[in-house]
Design a protein around this ligand. Structure first.
Ligand code: HEC
Length: 171
């Protein structure tokens, strides 16, 4: 009788361990951060970690950087820093490019999504944002977000050059 009870208890323990494991693996909050329209809200009040003007050697035409009148501000949510060389899952960064003439108003975002989402460049997901921080949509109403294929691979290819800083340039 006692033996049976021990076996039953062990059985239950093993079963609950197994279900805990699979729950952990499938739980998106533990391994993956999927941004939504609230993720970038109030980005202007986050930690301003870089303010750049004019051309950047690696910038080319992206982010309107070759126009010297353009200011590019980079905001890190919660001032997040790298931990042991990489940014933790859930890290959110926004970059806002503007010029005094008002002809440039570009807001891009990158979010550490994790879970093997975009392994070539550190599992970052790329975003185009509206001025209020919601995720922009293209002419067909599709959200402008993605990994390696985002903007024909442009985001991945440039930021790939910043691999030593976990694919970010500013911090
Ligand atoms: C031509 C190269 C190039 C391309 C293409 C590019 N970036 Fe960047 N990006 C940069 C550089 C350089 C910086 C550093 C800030 C600065 O000087 O503007 C930067 C900064 C950023 C930042 C702030 C964090 C950081 O790394 O400093 C975000 C967010 C960002 N880019 C998003 C994007 C997204 C989204 C795309 C694709 C739609 C993209 N970038 C495509 C060169 C590029």
């Amino acid at each position: 009788m006692r033996k049976l009870a021990v076996i039953a208890i062990m059985g239950t323990a093993i079963l609950s361990m197994a279900s805990f494991q699979s729950c952990k693996r499938d739980d998106p909050t533990s391994t993956e951060f999927i941004a939504d329209n609230t993720t970038f809200a109030n980005f202007h009040s986050w930690s301003l970690d870089a303010t750049n003007h004019g051309p950047s050697p690696s910038l080319g035409i992206a982010h309107a950087g070759n126009d010297t009148s353009v200011t590019r501000k980079v905001y890190f949510k919660n001032g997040q820093a790298r931990v042991n060389g990489t940014y933790p899952i859930g890290t959110v960064i926004v970059k806002h490019s503007t010029n005094p003439a008002g002809t440039v108003n570009e807001i891009t975002g990158m979010v550490k999504r994790g879970n093997g989402f975009n392994p070539t460049t550190g599992n970052w997901e790329w975003f185009m944002l509206n001025p209020d921080g919601t995720i922009a949509t293209d002419g067909s109403g599709i959200a402008m977000r993605g990994g390696a294929a985002m903007m024909g691979g442009m985001c991945n290819s440039c930021h790939g050059g910043a691999s030593s800083k976990d694919f970010t340039f500013s911090k």
